[in-house]
Design a protein around this ligand. Structure first.
Ligand code: RET
Length: 269
């Protein structure tokens, strides 16, 4: 049993959730087209960042599509409200999707910040390990969201420790590499930090929703929170990563032209 399966819904509550889930997967489809079509403006060595954005879009598209189908299957109109059919609606699908998206989103950062070699592999391994630990401990906890017995709180707490560790890692990565970036890319790189901080924080907020707002309206608020988090942490983030990659590509092009000019002066005035 999940939080969502505890309640009946009026027409507005039921359709709001349905619409917001549809918005979620529609945005992922739109993002996919955007990332594929804007890829050519990015230098070859940063292009992997766009490919990874496309990977995130595809996996999130399918997850949100399945979730949206489950919502329709889980409730039916009984003449006065939408009531449970016996099919379970579960946010567990989201956690499975994060196992793909969290590592991939973090690797995108390594790509655009130009981290290579042993440092790339070391940071990559820590991102994947801490990311998966955060997700799967949270996954174990969400099974207890209805009774909210001790496993809900303990797993949530353990997950938060990994989350904080990841945030420290990300902050060190971004601010430690800022000076190596061309001036034009530094603003968007700082913005990525704030975006991660705010948008990732929405997920634990959604985890806690059953404890804060134990009603059908709480369910609606939770699905809106998840959608907002998905659009910002996956799509807007991907757009920003693309902006950084393009700015670095342009600066490197410019640098290469200057070096060529110094080696082989073209003359002129
Ligand atoms: C959980 C459990 C409760 C405690 C914390 C959590 C953090 C989840 C996060 C998820 C991020 C997901 C992203 C997905 C993008 O595709 C697991 C809800 C801290 C931070 C970025």
């Amino acid at each position: 049993m999940n939080f969502e399966n505890e309640f009946g819904y009026n027409v507005i509550q039921y359709t709001l959730v349905s619409h917001v889930l549809t918005l979620g997967y529609a945005v992922m489809a739109a993002g996919l087209v955007y990332f594929l079509l804007t890829m050519s403006g990015i230098a070859a060595r940063y292009r992997l960042a766009s490919v990874l954005s496309a990977v995130v879009m595809i996996s999130a598209f399918f997850e949100l599509w399945v979730l949206s189908q489950r919502w329709s299957a889980a409730f039916t109109w009984d003449g006065s409200a939408f009531v449970g059919t016996g099919t379970l609606f579960s946010n567990g699908y989201r956690y499975m999707n994060w196992s793909i998206d969290v590592p991939v989103l973090l690797i995108q950062l390594l790509v655009v910040l130009g981290v290579t070699g042993r440092r790339f592999h070391r940071t990559w391994a820590m991102f994947v390990a801490a990311g998966l630990a955060m997700i799967y401990t949270g996954y174990a906890g969400q099974f207890h969201e209805v009774d909210r017995a001790w496993p809900f709180w303990i797993w949530g707490l353990v997950s938060t420790v990994f989350f904080l560790f990841l945030l420290v890692l990300v902050a060190r990565l971004i601010f430690g590499n800022l000076r190596r970036l061309p001036g034009a890319a530094r603003g968007p790189a700082r913005a990525v930090w704030w975006l991660i901080l705010v948008s990732w924080m929405l997920y634990p907020g959604a985890y806690l929703m059953p404890a804060m707002w134990d009603s059908a309206d709480g369910v609606v608020a939770r699905q809106i929170t998840y959608t907002l988090a998905d659009i910002t942490s996956k799509v807007i983030y991907g757009v920003l990563i693309g902006v950084i990659a393009r700015k670095i590509s342009a600066a490197e092009d410019c640098q290469a032209a200057i070096e060529e000019d110094v080696a082989q002066p073209r003359g002129g005035l």
